[in-house]
Write a new protein. Structure first.
Ligand code: PXP
Length: 239
């Protein structure tokens, strides 16, 4: 099990004042020094947090692996090819949403995804697809040659009753097993925090967890290094 950290919300705080601090580039370095196995950032079409300058510098400083989250657009494909992250995670993107609300609808735009995946593969970039915990999406991801599926854990994180939590966990586990049997790497993320991460991390097929908001939130009080280490300790990961 590995921990990748999404640093978007360091930039969200910066953008709240339109100033030049806090700098997500420095956050990337601190997360790596604290033991993160990868850095994730989402370059949105509206540049509401991470911007082009950030991405360029983050690419330069990240020594573990950089996972660029992006929408499947021509503009983003060009940026990815110029930036050469180790991984691109394709996510759905809506202008009005506060955060990525659901997994990709691969079927709706299958040939676009297929083309983008093949362009990225030609540059040796691994491609992850952010999907809901649903077997049909796994089959589709496999068909269009995704390397990784990232399972959207947002619904698991939001439901409240024990019964619903178990239902969501079981969907995540079934989806993980299927993808792993098909030879794909399985990761998970969205809405995971210090209280709810362990049952997801216990699913053996999931090799990496991606967390942003809860770690950056804790960092406001404890500092970023401590917040990263607290999560690594919880996950029982070596620093
Ligand atoms: N994975 C993906 C694909 C995401 O879009 C996000 C949110 O940007 C995350 C993981 C991290 O979610 P959170 O900030 O809720 O930890």
């Amino acid at each position: 099990m590995k921990l990748a950290i999404n640093i978007d919300h360091v930039a969200t705080i910066r953008e709240a004042r339109g100033e030049n601090e806090p700098d997500p580039v420095i956050a990337a370095g601190i997360c790596e020094l604290a033991g993160a196995a990868g850095i994730v950032c989402h370059l949105r079409e509206d540049r509401r947090h991470i911007n082009d300058r950030d991405l360029k510098l983050i690419r330069e400083v990240v020594k573990t692996k950089l996972d660029l989250e992006m929408a499947a657009t021509d503009e983003m494909l060009k940026i990815a090819i110029d930036t050469l992250p180790e991984i691109v995670t394709l996510v759905p993107e809506k202008r009005q949403e506060l955060t990525t609300e659901g997994g990709l609808n691969i079927l709706a735009d299958k040939s676009r995804f297929e083309n983008i995946i093949s362009e990225l593969h030609s540059k040796d970039i691994l491609v992850s697809l952010f999907i809901d915990p649903d077997p049909a999406s796994v089959d589709m991801a496999f068909e269009i040659k995704a390397d990784i599926i990232e399972i959207h854990t947002g619904k698991y994180a939001n439901v409240r009753s024990e019964k619903e939590i178990l239902t969501e966990l079981s969907k995540i586990a079934v989806t993980s097993r299927l993808a792993s049997e098909l030879g794909m790497i399985v990761t998970a993320g969205h809405g995971l925090n210090y209280q709810n991460v362990l049952p997801v991390a216990a699913i053996s097929e999931i090799s990496e967890i991606s967390i942003g908001h809860s770690i950056i939130s804790r960092a406001v009080f404890t500092g970023l290094e401590r917040a990263v280490k607290d999560m690594l300790d919880l996950l029982n990961l070596k620093k």
